[in-house]
Design a protein around this ligand. Structure first.
Ligand code: C2E
Ligand code: CA
Ligand code: CA
Ligand code: CA
Length: 279
């Protein structure tokens, strides 16, 4: 009993207090970031085997006034613990859709799809369907050019609700991709029930191609599964020629990774488009 009493005192651990303070500061900074326009979208192109650009994943970047560039790995998880993720998520969606609308009249860009990451909390929101549809309508973005990336765990928070919401968006033309595919430890039965368009092979498997035979098997299996389900399959985190060749050999059709291009600001992406073939 005494020992327990002593453990309770770790509440006053100065290290822990510092962590709590830092987190609170990060939250305050994120609120300010939204107000002061400190976020930017980067674009990472997605390629066919023939080297054509068919779209891009949009990835958020934060230019912190004092700390410089802060990685989404650091701040998205913090944002996800509060309502902040809704606001950041909306900003990302709106900005991506504005870009899709702006590209409508540009031949080199008018068929590009943009993949937008959606957090679990966003999908769980009751008004998410109405929100996405109103952003599409207000911006004038072609609905079929928007692709939402969801992880398996995001979908599985409430499968029935996810299926219903995705179905409503799908009915309006929105596309869906399962991000980080293969890392979730879920039954695959639900896969056939979701209105999906694409599986995205997680970069952890791609990284181990040629290094860890079992991961090669997983990659092959995912590609085969996608094909059998009539889904598109894209590999992310492709960094080497060897990885790309392995993926191509086994039937992967779309590629994203540093081997082709890292995520870049809009201006650089536009320049790249002008120099690259479109399908
Ligand atoms: P993710 O959705 O799995 O995104 C892929 C990450 O891999 C990105 O990191 C990208 O820059 C990086 N990457 C791309 N190609 C390569 C490669 O060849 N090698 C390696 N090692 N990495 C590569 P980033 O941009 O730092 O984003 C990290 C994570 O933050 C994302 O992982 C996603 O979960 C989250 N995130 C980023 N932007 C958003 C957003 O707008 N909304 C939400 N909800 N989450 C976001
Ligand atoms: Ca993603
Ligand atoms: Ca991913
Ligand atoms: Ca990830």
């Amino acid at each position: 009993v005494k020992a327990h009493g002593r453990n309770d005192l770790c509440f006053f651990d100065p290290q822990m207090q510092a962590t709590i303070n830092a987190r609170a500061q990060l939250e305050r900074d994120l609120h300010a970031a939204l107000k002061n326009n400190e976020f930017e979208l980067y674009y990472q192109p997605q390629y066919t085997l023939q080297g054509q650009v068919v779209g891009a994943e949009v990835l958020i970047r934060w230019h912190h006034p004092e700390r410089g560039m802060v990685s989404p790995i650091e701040f998205i998880s913090v944002a996800e613990e509060s309502e902040l993720i809704m606001h950041i998520g909306q900003w990302v969606l709106r900005t991506a859709c504005e870009q899709l609308a702006a590209w409508r009249t540009q031949p080199a860009a008018s068929a590009l799809q943009l993949s937008v990451n959606l957090s679990a909390r966003q999908l769980q929101q009751r008004e998410i369907v109405a929100q996405v549809l109103s952003i599409l309508e207000e911006t004038g973005a072609p609905t079929h050019l928007l692709k939402l990336e969801l992880t398996e765990s995001t979908v599985l928070v409430n499968v029935d609700e996810s299926i219903a919401k995705m179905g409503q968006l799908k009915a309006q033309g929105v596309h869906f991709s399962v991000d980080d595919f293969g890392t979730g430890h879920s039954s695959l039965a639900y896969l056939t029930q979701l209105p999906l368009d694409q599986l995205k092979i997680d970069q952890s498997f791609v990284r181990n191609i040629g290094l860890k035979p079992t991961d090669g098997v997983i990659v092959q299996t995912i590609i085969g599964m996608a094909r059998n389900l009539g889904l598109e399959v894209i590999a992310e985190g492709v960094e080497t020629q060897l990885q790309q060749e392995f993926l191509a050999e086994h039937g992967c059709t779309l590629y994203q990774g540093y081997l082709f291009c890292k995520p870049v600001p809009l201006t650089a992406f536009t320049t790249l488009l002008a120099q690259t073939q479109q399908p």
